[in-house]
Design a protein around this ligand. Structure first.
Ligand code: SF4
Length: 338
């Protein structure tokens, strides 16, 4: 059993520890993470609970609501995505929403209990003229007293700084999957492009939301490599969404996997636990695919260290448990919104 993170980063993390010494962050190799995956299930969950309780309130969940502010017609080819223009999924391409409509949705999300409002646009990356209304949305949502998050694709010079100046708290940009498996899922942008955007976000002082998707036909080794890559970002993402693939008819992954789940539910729970152990201070979010998991598996995910969910009956274009079902589940588990 791995009792300690196996090595430390060669370079010091940015935050000095008490006493002025630079804090050294643990670095996880794929082998280290793969060893965690191999632990007996109960041992892994016990370990994850220990880490979770050392860093977070044990029975609290952070609630984020996600709104698609510009849907469909995306030029990218992400194999899981119903919004790619080249996939015939029936998702219509629409214009950018009005700022007023976005703020109405944000008010409703706040009223339902969300503390963070995430705005997603189906772009390869925003043009500068696209960014203007988004900046107004960020300012407006922030003024409502909500944390703000955007996921807009790849960012270019100056864009992260503009978002930071408008008050953006988090930028979401996922690595999706392991470097080795990535080319089977996306070909129109590389992981290096994603790392470049993540670096721009960090440089602008915006917190990073970065995770991936499991159940795409990847191996356990690929899941370990994804988690190792996330945990070795310096510093690790503050927010780590772990998505369970929702197979949408018309996407290449639906054609490949025929709508059959490609990951055992307990393997999904293991993935959450491994993310918790390797990224102790991060918020680990149960993201897409939660409705398909059912209550029992979600309960195991909370036990494994998940402490955030997407909240509201829709994600970008796919379904999510409704607010009433979530409240009932939290009450059964004695979990309170943070
Ligand atoms: S995941 Fe994002 S970038 Fe990829 S096709 Fe969908 S909307 Fe476009």
């Amino acid at each position: 059993m791995l009792d300690h993170p196996p090595s430390t980063r060669a370079s010091a993390a940015r935050t000095p520890a008490a006493g002025g010494e630079p804090r050294r962050m643990p670095r996880w190799s794929t082998d280290d993470v793969a060893a965690l995956f191999e632990l007996p299930f109960s041992d892994l969950l016990f370990r994850a609970q220990q880490v979770h309780r050392a860093h977070h309130a044990p029975n609290a969940v952070q609630l984020s609501t996600l709104l698609s502010i510009k849907t469909g017609g995306c030029p990218e080819d992400c194999g899981y995505c119903p919004q790619a223009a080249r996939h015939h999924t029936g998702v219509a391409s629409g214009p950018v929403l009005d700022v007023g409509a976005v703020l109405d949705a944000a008010r409703a999300a706040k009223g339902a209990g969300a503390t963070r409002f995430c705005m997603g646009a189906a772009w390869r990356g925003p043009k500068d003229r696209d960014l203007e209304p988004v900046l107004d949305m960020v300012r407006g949502v922030k003024a409502l007293g909500l944390e703000t998050c955007c996921t807009l694709g790849m960012l270019r010079d100056g864009q992260a700084e503009s978002l930071a100046a408008a008050g953006l708290d988090y930028y979401n940009h996922n690595l999706d999957t392991s470097p080795e498996f990535y080319g089977e899922i996306v070909t129109t942008r590389g992981q290096d492009d994603r790392l470049d955007t993540l670096a721009r976000v960090r440089e602008a002082g915006i917190r990073v939301c970065c995770g991936g998707i499991v159940g795409m036909g990847e191996s356990r080794r690929a899941r370990a490599a994804l988690i190792a890559q996330l945990a070795s970002l310096d510093p690790p993402p503050e927010s780590v969404p772990i998505n369970h693939l929702v197979q949408v008819e018309g996407t290449p992954l639906h054609a490949k996997l025929h709508g059959e789940s490609a990951i055992d539910p307990l393997e999904f729970v293991r993935t959450i636990a491994v993310a918790r152990v390797t990224m102790p201070a991060s918020t680990v979010r149960l993201s897409a695919g939660r409705r398909e998991l059912g209550e029992a598996v979600q309960a195991l995910c909370f036990l494994a260290g998940a402490n955030s969910v997407f909240y509201g009956d829709r994600l970008l274009t796919t379904g999510n448990p409704d607010v009433g079902a979530d409240r009932a589940l939290f009450a059964k588990l004695g979990i309170a919104p943070a």
